[in-house]
Design a protein around this ligand. Structure first.
Ligand code: LFR
Length: 487
């Protein structure tokens, strides 16, 4: 079919990939050309990303992309919040910290002493997470590194800068920092000033779809792409890209972007900034076309991947299909947890932490892997249920269908349990929603699709989506929810 090819660089918490997306009037398909591990590194200074390794992976992937297609443009997305600092000569100052690094926990109260949490919410509409950029900067306040810093670049903007030389901050990701004023659509100088930080650190904002620049000679040489190849500012927050590619064909839908995190919520036209919304810790992050991603972070499949890592470290293989088969056979509701308990955030022995949490809440987590995985998936389904009910209530909207996208949409048991727990039909897929959203924004910047509705219809027509119907048993779910305070 007649189509145009785009390259999407999509960095996730455990791996990065480069994908070639081909878009035509009636076709949309992805080819993964390169995948590379993203392994954080623990230094004496904390937990860091290997940012140069990630950039190298992106370059290598772009070279593969150039070999198989004529690339019309490049887009980059990643997780939110984290950043690199450049000095006055444009040199990177150290390796970016990982958002799971615990150093910010002790500064949260200090920040609130300077600017009240309620004021922060009124300005930014952002959920409180200890690792939001605002707390990371506060933790760095008196360091030589921050003193030498002239420019802060979020991860996708940093890679875009290395590819093109251009400096800027794409707005969907800027909206996750805790430094962005959701009312005015600008960086918040009052917040920067309250923390004694120079607002000049924050680069000019760019709109989603804007051109970042074209390739610098060394990037062109390494990738084999023409130096005229543009980099497009896609919805550079991965969750914003994923939501853009939700295959919804009507209104009244909720979404769960399910991978390392489960991001569960609604797409709204305007933020909800009420006290009730703040108390429930809902975020108003920016989506495309000035939509609001009204959602909450749920700990997500991190609980499972980190359990697998612990089991494998003990020298026994812990392959997902085997674990899921065991979980399907395990006893329902043997033990459940609140997946968002703070003790689950940091890397470490997850099964041990789950067992301790269960013991503390008067439950016994059976000592077999099937039971542990069952506990994780039921607990996530409970959190999905709780979050979507709250979102509907706080936004005054009715939900008729749940779109579950991302890596978690491959997890049959999780999809079915989410349908059961919410009592709503779940439409699962596409798995690669983030990369699709990345590609579609580029296609739109190139005039191939017109609007959000077109983008979603194209996804719905071309990608594989499975339907899960809720089974009976709402009473059991309600009982389990009240056991862990998720009613
Ligand atoms: C998901 C995600 C979430 C963000 C978290 C940390 O990949 O981007 O939206 O809260 O990572 O940045």
């Amino acid at each position: 079919a007649f189509s145009t090819a785009f390259a999407a660089v999509d960095l996730g918490a455990t791996s990065g990939r480069v994908v070639v997306g081909r878009v035509g009037p009636n076709n949309l398909d992805l080819t993964e050309v390169h995948r590379f591990p993203n392994t954080p590194v623990q230094l004496p200074t904390g937990l860091h990303w290997d940012i140069l390794g990630l950039y190298q992976g992106a370059l290598d992937g772009l070279r593969e992309a150039a070999r198989i297609a004529q690339i019309a443009s490049i887009g980059i997305d990643s997780w939110a919040v984290d950043y690199g600092l450049l000095d006055a000569s444009g040199e990177l100052l150290g390796n970016p910290h990982h958002y799971r690094d615990p150093r910010t926990r002790t500064v949260v109260e200090q920040v609130w002493a300077r600017i009240q949490a309620a004021d922060l919410y009124r300005i930014t509409g952002l959920q409180h997470l200890d690792f939001n950029t605002v707390y990371q900067l506060a933790a760095a306040a008196d360091t030589p590194q921050l003193q030498a810093a002239r420019t802060l670049l979020l991860i996708p903007d940093l890679l875009g800068h290395w590819l093109t030389g251009s400096i800027g901050a794409e707005v969907t990701n800027a909206s996750t920092t805790g430094l962005y004023d959701a009312r005015t659509g600008t960086w918040s100088k009052p917040i920067m000033h309250a923390l004694g930080l120079d607002p000049g650190l924050l680069p000019p904002l760019r709109r989603t779809g804007d051109r970042v620049g074209t390739l610098l000679p060394q990037a062109a040489a390494h990738t084999g792409l023409p130096a005229t190849t543009p980099v497009t500012a896609v919805a550079s927050h991965d969750t914003a890209s994923a939501v853009a590619a939700v295959p919804a064909t009507g209104g009244n839908f909720a979404y769960i972007s399910c991978g390392t995190w489960s991001l569960a919520g609604l797409e709204l036209d305007a933020p909800v900034l009420t006290d009730a919304s703040r108390a429930a810790n809902f975020t108003n992050e920016l989506g495309i076309d000035n939509t609001v991603r009204y959602l909450r972070n749920i700990m997500g499949l991190w609980l499972l991947s980190e359990s697998q890592r612990a089991w494998e470290a003990k020298g026994t293989p812990a392959q997902l299909p085997v674990l899921l088969a065991q979980a399907a056979q395990a006893k329902p509701f043997a033990a459940v947890v609140d997946p968002d308990a703070p003790e689950f955030l940091a890397p470490g022995d997850m099964p041990a932490r789950l067992a301790a949490h269960c013991a503390r809440t008067g439950q016994t987590l059976p000592d077999d892997r099937g039971a542990v995985v069952r506990c994780i998936l039921e607990s996530l389904a409970l959190a999905h249920r709780h979050t979507l009910r709250k979102a509907a209530e706080l936004a005054g909207r009715e939900i008729k269908v749940v779109h579950l996208v991302g890596g978690g949409s491959r997890n049959d048991l999780l999809c079915q349990l989410t349908a059961d727990a919410t009592g709503l039909p779940v439409l699962a897929g596409p798995t690669e929603a983030t990369a699709l959203g990345n590609v579609l924004i580029q296609a739109r910047a190139n005039g191939l699709v017109r609007d959000r509705g077109d983008m979603r219809r194209l996804v719905a027509r071309t990608q594989h989506v499975r339907r899960y119907t809720p089974r009976a048993g709402q009473r059991a779910w309600a009982a389990a929810a009240s056991r862990v305070g998720l009613s």
